[in-house]
Design a protein around this ligand. Structure first.
Ligand SMILES: O=C(O)CCC(=O)C(=O)O
Ligand SMILES: [Mn+2]
Length: 202
């Protein structure tokens, strides 16, 4: 691994461009961001249909973005909420670190160890073929799993501590899936913010 001037470290994954800035936000800042987001966000509990049966999604979500940036995620159509000053501030810090622009952010709230996200690629057409996704985590450290689409390539997982910033670029979504498994021991709350650039519908 090498560390570049910005504080990102390359995570070695074949056919991917993944970088992690482990201490992007200082501990106190990450903690206050967690508390504020949990309190002020109008969290939504969505349902998913698995084998024809409806289940509550095992986490809460909220979607913010520039107006008109509609997006479908796991079959859920979402109209974005308008940016809050807090999220705009965080967005500008993330943009500066990544050297990229983002027009939307999906917030995921994992309340405890039983909340999770299934393995998936962020490959919705609105994101374009090689999207840059910046993912900021605050709160309880959780394991982020990577599984290659090529079965010959080994899976791996990385810990995402509070205040860390994960950047996925280039062919990452084409060649890999990612997700957050349920944890086997007690976990406190975690909020993850994934910044994305949504394009006009192709
Ligand atoms: O919570 C995480 O770290 C993953 C979130 C994610 O993959 C997504 O929102 O698409
Ligand atoms: Mn994702």
């Amino acid at each position: 691994m090498f560390r570049d001037a910005a504080g990102f470290e390359r995570v070695p994954l074949e056919g991917a461009n993944v970088q992690l800035w482990i201490d992007f936000l200082p501990r106190e800042r990450a903690n206050s961001l967690l508390q504020e987001l949990i309190t002020v966000t109008p969290w939504r509990a969505e349902e998913v249909v698995v084998w024809g049966k409806r289940h509550p999604q095992p986490r809460l979500i909220a979607w913010y973005g520039d107006t008109g940036k509609n997006y479908t995620y796991s079959g859920i159509a979402m109209n974005p909420l308008s940016w809050t000053p807090l999220l705009q501030l965080v967005r500008s810090e993330v943009e500066e670190a990544c050297g990229d622009r983002f027009n939307s952010v999906l917030l995921n709230y994992y309340r405890h160890e039983r909340d999770s996200m299934g393995m998936h690629s962020d490959n919705e057409p609105e994101l374009g073929p090689r999207p840059t996704i910046a993912s900021l985590s605050v709160g309880e450290e959780r394991l982020f799993s990577f599984k290659a689409k090529d079965p010959k390539v080994e899976s791996r997982s990385i810990a995402l501590p509070s205040g860390s910033l994960l950047l996925m670029k280039g062919d990452t979504q084409m060649n890999w899936k990612h997700g957050i498994a349920k944890a086997g021991r007690r976990m406190g709350p975690r909020v993850n913010l994934t910044f994305r650039q949504i394009r006009a519908k192709p």
